[in-house]
Design a protein around this ligand. Structure first.
Ligand code: FAD
Length: 394
């Protein structure tokens, strides 16, 4: 997709600014282009070396989602140019060819290839206060996260993480214990520094974290957004042996009503003796954004993204081996299914058609109807294994 012809960008400045970017463009380049005009998109992913079309065909979730929704929210993406499976080049938006627009957003590449996207922009702040604190109690951690996302005027970015099997010396009273980290950020401009600090102190004063675990830094907005540029080196330290590293990632969307049951079993039992990292967990509020896209989420207002993002040694049969990590993933999935926790996979991976149908639930009819309309010969994205290449959709 990166081979598409230039011009790569068109930035519209004015009352409702936006950038037109090619589908194969990386988000890091969208950032650098729009920041030239003092503007930036509102909703991000943690890692920016992903393509516009790639994240828009999934969701695009990060710590800004509680405020702005995922990248596929129609307040973040105004219009798409798409090549359908029939070979038609179609512009679509909420007003024009809306069925294709919503279908393609979160549509796992099933209905069309996104060749261009119009991304909404806002005035970019200059600086970021970035704070991390730890909790020992899962219920206090989730309660604070939920309170923070419920308020409009708290932080601009809210995420969290889990540390499993923590050694004695990390906190005064935690031996082989699970700890929960809250990660928040407040965006501001230099002249707002004092008022921002005061506001942060006020919000933090109401939270229940372990007071001696407070960590704060100040970085530029671009440094903050591009904080994971080192990720590829961290993920594969030894470039000469790439084949021996696998990424058995599992991303789950867990409804608020199930999160304590989920946390109790998964973090303190299934993962209790394993140092599992990274493991992200943070809630966002669907009522501020939910629309008619193809992305499937649990039927509740507040949902948590729980991302198991470990790496494994492909050929090892030990605890750090791929097979062991896949077994752990299976244990987690078996648990959520057995307990009917209402969990859905984000970046879903399913083996059989019945599993896909269960994933989409009552939205399967619309999904398969759209496949028939826009890609009746099942040419697009067969590796998602929903429809087989060449299968004629009746
Ligand atoms: C290191 C890393 C960090 C990540 N962090 C986050 C995160 O913080 N938040 C988050 O939400 N996701 C995250 N993801 C997941 C990411 O959103 C998806 O993997 C996404 O597909 C990546 O885009 P890509 O350009 O790499 O897509 P590719 O791997 O190139 O494509 C993946 C699939 O997306 C579809 N697709 C790709 N391009 C298009 C297009 N132009 N038109 C239509 N369909 C298309 C196709 O089905 C394709 O098979 C991360 C992934 C990685 C590898």
């Amino acid at each position: 997709m990166e081979s598409l012809e230039e011009p790569r960008f068109f930035v519209h400045i004015g009352e409702d600014p936006y950038v037109d970017a090619l589908g194969g463009e990386l988000w890091i380049n969208v950032l650098y282009e729009s920041i030239k005009y003092g503007l930036a998109p509102k909703s991000w992913t943690d890692f920016l070396y992903l393509s516009v079309g790639g994240t828009l065909s999934n969701g695009g979730i990060s710590g800004e989602a509680f405020k702005h929704g995922p990248q596929i929210n129609s307040s973040n993406v105004y219009q798409l140019e798409v090549v359908t499976g029939k070979g038609d080049l179609v512009n679509c938006s909420e007003k024009e060819n809306a069925d294709l627009f919503y279908g393609v957003l979160g549509g796992l590449g099933q209905f069309g290839i996104i060749t261009k996207a119009r991304i909404s922009l806002q005035v970019a702040p200059k600086l970021v206060k970035w704070i991390k604190v730890l909790y020992s109690e899962f219920n206090l951690f989730t309660k604070d996260q939920e309170n923070l996302i419920a308020l409009h005027d708290t932080f601009d970015y809210i995420e969290g993480f889990v540390l499993t099997n923590v050694e004695n010396n990390m906190t005064s009273n935690s031996s082989g214990k699970t700890l929960y980290g809250l990660e928040v950020a407040k965006f501001f401009n230099p002249h707002e520094k004092n008022i921002t600090n005061k506001k942060i102190d006020e919000i933090l004063g109401k939270l229940n974290y372990l007071s001696h675990t407070f960590l704060e830094s100040q970085v530029t907005y671009v440094e903050f957004l591009d904080r994971l540029h080192v990720l590829p080196e961290l993920m594969v330290e030894d470039r000469s042996n790439v084949a021996n590293v696998s990424f058995p990632w599992l991303n789950l969307l867990v409804p608020k009503s199930s999160i304590l049951t989920f946390g109790e079993e998964v973090f303190t039992h299934i993962l209790s003796n394993i140092t599992y990292s990274p493991l992200l967990i943070y809630p966002f509020n669907q009522s501020r954004w939910k629309d008619k896209t193809s992305m499937v989420t649990p039927e509740e207002d507040v949902i948590y993204l729980v991302s198991f993002l470990t790496s494994a040694k492909t050929y090892s049969s030990g605890l750090d081996g791929l097979q062991n990590m896949l077994t752990i993933n299976k244990k987690i999935l078996d648990f959520v299914n057995k307990e009917s926790l209402g969990v859905k996979q984000y970046l879903p991976y399913h083996d059989a058609l019945e599993e896909w149908q269960a994933h989409f639930g009552k939205r399967w009819d619309v999904f398969s109807r759209r496949k028939k309309s826009y890609d009746p010969l099942s040419i697009l994205s067969p590796k998602q294994r929903i429809f087989q290449r060449g299968q004629i959709i009746l």
